[in-house]
Design a protein around this ligand. Structure first.
Ligand SMILES: Cc1cc2nc3c(=O)[nH]c(=O)nc-3n(C[C@H](O)[C@H](O)[C@H](O)COP(=O)(O)OP(=O)(O)OC[C@H]3O[C@@H](n4cnc5c(N)ncnc54)[C@H](O)[C@@H]3O)c2cc1C
Length: 521
């Protein structure tokens, strides 16, 4: 919402010179000139697919778990000529990678209530992974290789809102502010100040007249300044008054912007998603491996190895029938929370490391809306709401633009939100509706149905992704203990088990380790 027009210098607030000092522009080397060198260019991509040769005589491998790490491990081992079989407890591949559609059923650990997804045909929500940064070439190259088409995921829509509550937000508390307007006002005012500093030779770095001219032209263009008066006039609706830049900074809202996106994490742009749901990715890998090599609905009960080989006890989850499988080696691509409770012949040191790594308390909820009010009423196309509401991320779909209905991701949290974990599905829905309708009243009026997943209560996962503590235990966790090696994302060679790229990197590492061991057998 527009507030009182910002003026610099504003009475009792700050002078131009003081503001520039605060920005570190006066009295030192120009920040504008040097900032280009200080962007964090760290990338989290897997290093390179292993190129291995040689055919071991003992080549029978069982891969436990058909999440991304297990599928990558099986796919690469298969290409090397191994006799591979994947054992998966669920009736689907993907593990944390789960796209919920109409008919999906879910009963939480410890609950008698079964959620059934009632989304309309064609609508879905990715309750696990949902975005792939362009730097995640391990994942994206597999998408290309196994025929999974991708589309752009709109990670930042400039027309979306900020909404913060609390005394520290001053006049902005409880108000919707358009991201584009806040960004325009911040850049406009700062550039106006810089132009003035340049014109008055206030920047201590000597500049030739033609440098000054070029710099001023850039600032005018970048900050939407009037070319003649070199002042900023609020962008957005005609007559809108600019937000007070100082207040935006004080509230921390103005600090949200960067001129260039980072190349890693959720800041990386562009970001992609498989067309039709993130689960298209593991489904593509499974197709490439061959359905006959993947046993779904087969729960691993125990894993025991000796000098002759490995025995894996399994149970058919439908019939309850138990059987035993034999292999030369086993890649354990299960969540650490599951390995921690499994009857498995790892050393005590390994089990201590496994048990020392917590996984995230992630939760997501998709809510079907009768109409796409965020597009029709607010002109928001993809992107997120930025708020301090107890919803974590709240996002508008990057699919199905201008169609009739859509699924809002009403909540994505990676830590506990109050007591929601212990509440019923209906209570959680009420929590999301009550909070989200402070920003969008249509959340309640246009709501049809919802489906929520709290990963701590999901069988065969018992939590979200492995946390950073896994990296600290990497040396132990990635050690092959005779015939057994852990291969899930938790053991990836760098600290990103919270990305599928980490699962790919873990798979590659597992293949290398296992192949080296097999060639020595
Ligand atoms: C909420 C959330 C959001 C995320 N967002 C993103 C994102 O946007 N982008 C991204 O790239 N990554 C994201 N991630 C991370 C990504 O999902 C993981 O890094 C990756 O999927 C981990 O794969 P995995 O194979 O190691 O484990 P899992 O997916 O956990 O696979 C383990 C498999 O083992 C099976 N299993 C368990 N117990 C048994 C048993 N007893 N017998 C047989 N099988 C068993 C499970 O069913 C499962 O299929 C997100 C994760 C979460 C939770």
């Amino acid at each position: 919402m527009p507030t009182k027009k910002s003026t610099f210098p504003a009475a009792g607030v700050t002078t131009r010179r003081r503001f520039l000092e605060q920005l570190g522009l006066v009295g030192g080397t120009s920040l504008v000139m040097t900032a280009m060198n200080s962007w964090n260019l760290m990338a989290g991509q897997a290093q390179g697919r292993p190129e291995l040769t040689g055919k071991p005589t003992k080549n029978k491998v069982i891969v436990l778990g058909a999440g991304v790490s297990g599928l990558v491990t099986a796919y690469e081992l298969g290409k090397l000529g191994y006799d591979v079989r994947v054992i998966e407890a669920r009736e689907r591949v993907g593990g944390l990678n789960w796209s919920v559609r109409t008919g999906t059923e879910h009963q939480e650990i410890g609950s008698t209530e079964k959620q059934v997804c009632n989304f309309d045909e064609g609508l879905y929500v990715n309750v696990g992974p949902w975005r792939i940064p362009y730097t995640h070439t391990g994942v994206l190259n597999y998408c290309r290789e196994v025929g999974v088409p991708v589309e752009v995921f709109v990670n930042e829509a400039e027309n979306s809102y900020f909404f913060y509550e609390g005394a520290q937000y001053g006049a902005f508390s409880g108000k919707r502010l358009r991201l584009r307007e806040v960004k325009g006002d911040m850049l406009g005012h700062i550039n106006e100040l810089l132009v003035k500093a340049v014109d008055q030779d206030k920047l201590d770095q000597p500049m030739l007249p033609e440098d000054k001219d070029r710099f001023v032209k850039f600032l005018i263009s970048e900050g939407y300044l009037d070319p003649t008066s070199k002042t900023y006039k609020a962008i957005g609706e005609d007559g809108r008054q600019a937000y007070d830049t100082n207040q935006l900074l004080k509230a921390g809202i103005g600090n949200r912007f960067r001129s260039v996106p980072l190349t890693d994490g959720t800041q990386a742009a562009p970001i992609f998603q498989p067309i039709g749901g993130m689960d298209q990715f593991p489904k593509g890998l499974a197709r490439a491996i061959g359905a006959q090599k993947i046993s779904l609905g087969t729960e691993v009960l125990s894993v025991r190895h000796d000098t002759n080989g490995v025995k894996v006890a399994v149970m058919d989850t439908k019939s309850g029938k138990k059987s035993e499988l034999a292999a030369d080696f086993v890649a354990v691509c299960l969540p650490l929370a599951i390995i921690a409770k499994l009857d498995i012949s790892f050393s005590p040191e390994m089990m201590t490391a496994v048990k020392s790594v917590p996984n995230s308390n992630s939760a997501k909820m998709g809510l079907q809306m009768k109409r796409r009010w965020w597009e029709e009423d607010d002109q928001i196309f993809g992107g997120h709401l930025y708020s301090n509401l107890p919803l974590g991320e709240f996002s508008y779909p990057s699919t199905g633009y201008f169609s009739k209905k859509g699924i809002i991701l009403g909540m994505y949290a990676n830590g506990p939100v109050g007591t929601l974990l212990d509440q019923t599905p209906a209570q959680r829905v009420e929590h999301v509706l009550a909070n989200a309708s402070k920003v969008h009243p249509q959340m309640r009026t246009e709501f049809e149905n919802a489906f929520g997943v709290w990963w701590k209560k999901v069988k065969y996962s018992e939590g979200g992704y492995a946390t950073g503590a896994a990296h600290a235990r990497h040396d132990q966790l990635s050690t092959m203990e005779d015939r057994l090696v852990i291969g899930s994302a938790a053991v990836c060679p760098y600290s990103e088990p919270d990305w599928q790229e980490g699962a790919v990197a873990a798979g590659w590492q597992t293949v290398k380790t296992l192949h080296a061991r097999a060639m020595n057998a």
